[in-house]
Design a protein around this ligand. Sequence first.
Ligand code: IPE
Ligand code: MG
Length: 221
Amino acid sequence: MDGNGRWASQRDLPRTEGHAAGEEALLDVVNGALEIGVKWLTMYAFSTENWRRPPDEVRYLMGFNESLLMRRRDELNEKGVRIRFAGRRDWRVPRRVLKRMDESIELTRENRRMTLTMAFNYGGRAEIVDAVRRLVADHVPAGKVDEGAISRRLYFADMPDPDLVIRTSGEYRISNFLLWEIAYSELVFPDVLWPDMRRSNLYEAVLEYQRRHRRYGGVDT
Ligand code: IPE
Ligand code: MG
């Protein structure tokens, strides 16, 4: 979800107004994804690098994510969405926010129509580091370390690798998102700032995905 700051700057608004405007985009995209039967949706909400932002913006984002959960979790729950969080629960995440996250996980635990994973204080490298730490903690011998052994120790062993990754705002970077999981994902970069993103943009990205030929390193038959 990229481009909130630029969306706000274009309107002479503080960056935080761009984040606030991103809420409608998020809900429209989730509802659009539900409509077309997407079972797994992962949104990058806050990265392990976003702590480098000015303290006021970081504070705003923490409060915003907390209040968004309180505003939206009931409607998401009613629609059959299971909410989960991928990332590190470190000391920098305020306790209040962790509490809302835990409540949202608990509330939606049984839902299966869609799993909505919020990548929050998430870094792809940190996730791999955490998986390696688990390998070591599990005393896995070097000869037994294979891709499966690592995959099973990522934050969610049951989450399929993404078919499609969408990054908004015209930036052509991965920025530490799901590094292990996107090895063979199709990447789409719509030229839209996140607050302007709607389900129609999602559908365009899916149509683009459907035009791609996935070979996974093999050849077309
Ligand atoms: C994405 O928008 C929101 C977060 C990373 C939390 P940005 O805040 O990165 O917006 P730009 O890239 O500055 O426009
Ligand atoms: Mg950005």
